[in-house]
Design a binder for this molecule. Structure first.
Ligand code: COA
Length: 631
């Protein structure tokens, strides 16, 4: 769409995006049954089928709720937005690190000394300010869909929350607040040695230059080294469960000093964390772990403020990246912002070399906290819980170097669908079953669109993985290839349905929440064991591609699950597998081994099949029904 290419977000109002549709009720219920049939026992499925049929029967509860949902669609900009936000994030009581906040891991930086590291941090801050200027003037170019159904414009709203939102903890449901653009903040919070400082980025109506920022950061480091003025590590409270943090916050706000400090953090542009050297080898897995949880209270776990949407980490040992509070925007927005900043850091000449303007500025202020024995107890309990999370996270960052998107495209297959099927194969190899799987699908083609779910554990994927692993029956290559193509087609079709607003998860959530809004008894379909199990995403996956050397990762969403974030490149694929050590059924290293094996087996299958296709006589021999093996 060349005419729209130069359009910026400022103009987007001129071409209003469509509203998220409400799929037909019957379509969703049929798809739901299809998604769960092969994942539950036969008896259980019969029960579920009867419940679903009753729900969807003419004149049944489903029809009433569907009608109300369509009314809601007409009355609101996006009927699912609030329901989804609460269900996905705000109602979740788990701690933000590992369980919710994704991170970007930058390439390892090499700093000559601390001054050099602070220079990097100053450039990073300048990069943030440049990006923020694009947002403030609504000058970001409108993005267009790539990949499947490419070309349509995408909703840009998420970008306008990057530097203006804050997630407040509460006892039952958190709240995500977004400042009005007119009250745009002009300060950042810098965390250093668990102390927090206010860095004003504007002085006398003029933004600070790189040299001025660097000088301010040096003052911050110096102040943080003064042991006499050092305050307890209050940031650790934000790493706790949301209810625990809400209770602690209530205790803090009884004191005016604490209220003032909180207000300054809650209204900042972003947090910049100057981390102490971790003492760990800076390999991909360790950098991912340190970004996800800071290494616990003994390392940089308290040098964070997890409620704030963007925390930029500049470690003195070169371990750098971004920690993102997820409720305001998706990983794709995080990637765009991170890439802009990284390109700014590496691509433009340092302002310092140009000896940019320098003003002698007053030192940044340290945020003060009032502590008492009860708050001291809360800090210590939060630290203990973070330590448990740190000890529990089993992470394995795996770069699969044998092939990437190009090989898959040559097979005339969707790379994303191919990778999803490979993940199913790996899971099956580890546990001899498939489980409810989540893949995020962007619905930014619609107004205020966020995501819906592609349920990747399809019946077709199960048939394929069985054909690849069954030791009793030997399947011919052509049979396996047919199953592979069926699995990839099923996955691709689900993807297309999801990105066009026709997936089932948001719709079912909408029906459930409408029933609640109407004070109706919870419909049986939502109390059913199958529904509850189908929402435990043991495999939680997401494609987060980058164009600059960096990668995204996150933790599992259930105790017995895996997080699988992948970044397909033309000649390799990066996988970040996470799980919990406390669960004996999962192991990231075992999963990675199975994944590597599966990806090679699928490649060999494709190669053998194309070779056979070019030799018709031999290939006809290979075709036919599966044969019983001798075993
Ligand atoms: N033969 C050859 N090439 C094919 C193909 C086929 N059968 N099918 C697809 N391709 C090509 C596409 O044209 C595309 O080409 P490009 O690299 O030139 O753009 C490329 O392969 C990738 O397409 P595909 O692998 O099908 O996936 P996609 O890019 O459409 O991505 C989703 C699918 C679901 C990941 C995407 O729609 C999405 O929603 N992304 C957002 C995920 C998200 O929100 N993540 C963050 C969560 S916090």
């Amino acid at each position: 769409m060349p005419i729209l290419e130069k359009e910026t977000a400022r103009d987007q109002g001129s071409q209003v995006l469509p509203k998220v549709p409400v799929p037909p009720l019957k379509q969703t219920l049929d798809t739901y049954l299809k998604c769960v049939q092969h994942l539950v026992k036969e008896e259980q499925f019969k029960k579920t089928k009867a419940i679903v049929e009753k729900f969807g029967a003419p004149g049944g509860v489903g029809e009433v709720l569907q009608k109300k949902l369509v009314e809601r669609r007409d009355k609101t900009t996006n009927w699912v937005y609030d329901y989804w936000l609460e269900d996905m994030y705000l109602n979740n009581r788990l701690a933000l690190p590992v369980n919710s906040s994704p991170v970007m891991v930058f390439p390892k930086q090499t700093f000559r000394d601390q001054k050099d590291a602070l220079r990097f941090a100053s450039r990073l801050i300048r990069g943030v300010l440049e990006y923020k200027a694009l947002i403030d003037t609504r000058a970001l170019p409108v993005e267009f869909a790539r990949g499947q159904l490419a070309g349509t414009p995408l909703c840009m709203e998420q970008y306008y929350r990057i530097f203006t939102s804050y997630r407040y903890p509460d006892l039952k449901t958190d709240s995500l607040k977004v400042h009005a653009a007119s009250s745009a903040p002009e300060h950042m919070i810098v965390a250093c040695k668990n102390q927090f400082f206010v860095l004003d980025v504007v002085a006398n109506s003029k933004q600070l230059s790189e040299t001025e920022i660097s000088s301010q950061l040096e003052k911050i480091v110096k102040m943080s080294e003064n042991a006499e003025e050092r305050l307890p590590p209050f940031g650790i409270l934000t790493s706790d469960g949301r209810t625990e943090w809400a209770q602690a916050r209530d205790a803090l706000t009884k004191d005016k000093t604490n209220r003032d400090s909180l207000a300054l953090i809650e209204s900042c542009i972003c947090v910049v964390c100057l981390d102490e050297p971790s003492g760990l080898e800076a390999n991909d897995t360790n950098r991912a772990l340190l970004m996800l949880h800071g290494g616990g209270r003994e390392k940089n776990g308290a040098n964070r403020w997890y409620d704030k949407s963007m925390q930029f980490v500049a470690g003195m040992d070169g371990i750098c990246g971004v920690v993102c509070e997820h409720s305001a925007f998706e990983g794709i927005v995080l990637v765009q912002c991170s890439e802009f900043i990284m390109k700014y850091i590496t691509g433009s000449p340092s302002e310092m070399v140009k000896s940019s303007s320098f003003r002698e500025l007053p030192p940044p202020r340290r945020l003060l906290w009032k502590c008492n024995p009860s708050i001291q107890g809360l800090l210590s309990a939060s630290g203990d819980r973070l330590q448990r999370l740190v000890n529990n996270l089993d992470m394995d960052v795996f770069k699969f170097k044998i092939y990437g998107k190009e090989f898959i495209k040559k097979q005339k297959m969707s790379p994303d669908a191919f990778i999803q099927v490979a993940l199913q194969l790996a899971f099956y190899k580890c546990g001899r079953r498939l489980v409810p799987t989540y893949e995020s699908a962007s619905i930014r083609r619609f107004q205020q669109g966020r995501v819906d779910n592609i349920r990747s554990a399809t019946a077709e994927a199960l048939a394929f993985v069985k054909s690849m692993t069954d030791e009793r029956v030997t399947y011919t290559d052509s049979e396996k290839m047919k199953r592979l193509r069926d699995a990839i087609n099923a996955q691709t079709n689900y993807t297309i349905a999801a990105i066009t607003g026709m997936a089932i998860d948001n719709h079912l959530l909408g029906l459930l929440r409408i029933a609640k809004d109407l004070n109706m008894e919870k419909p049986e379909i939502f109390c059913d064991e199958t529904y509850l199990a189908s929402n435990q995403f043991i495999l939680s996956t997401s494609q987060v591609p980058t164009t600059v050397e960096m990668f995204c990762c996150y933790g599992p969403v259930v105790p017995n699950g895996y997080g699988a974030c992948y970044n397909p490149q033309s000649d390799h694929i990066m996988f970040c597998m996470s799980s919990f050590w406390e669960n004996t059924q999962t192991s990231s290293v075992v999963f990675v081994k199975a994944l590597n094996e599966g990806l090679l087996e699928i490649r060999d299958l494709c190669n053998r099949s194309s070779a056979a296709a070019t030799k018709p006589a031999e290939s006809s021999q290979a075709a036919g029904q599966p044969r019983k093996s001798g075993k």
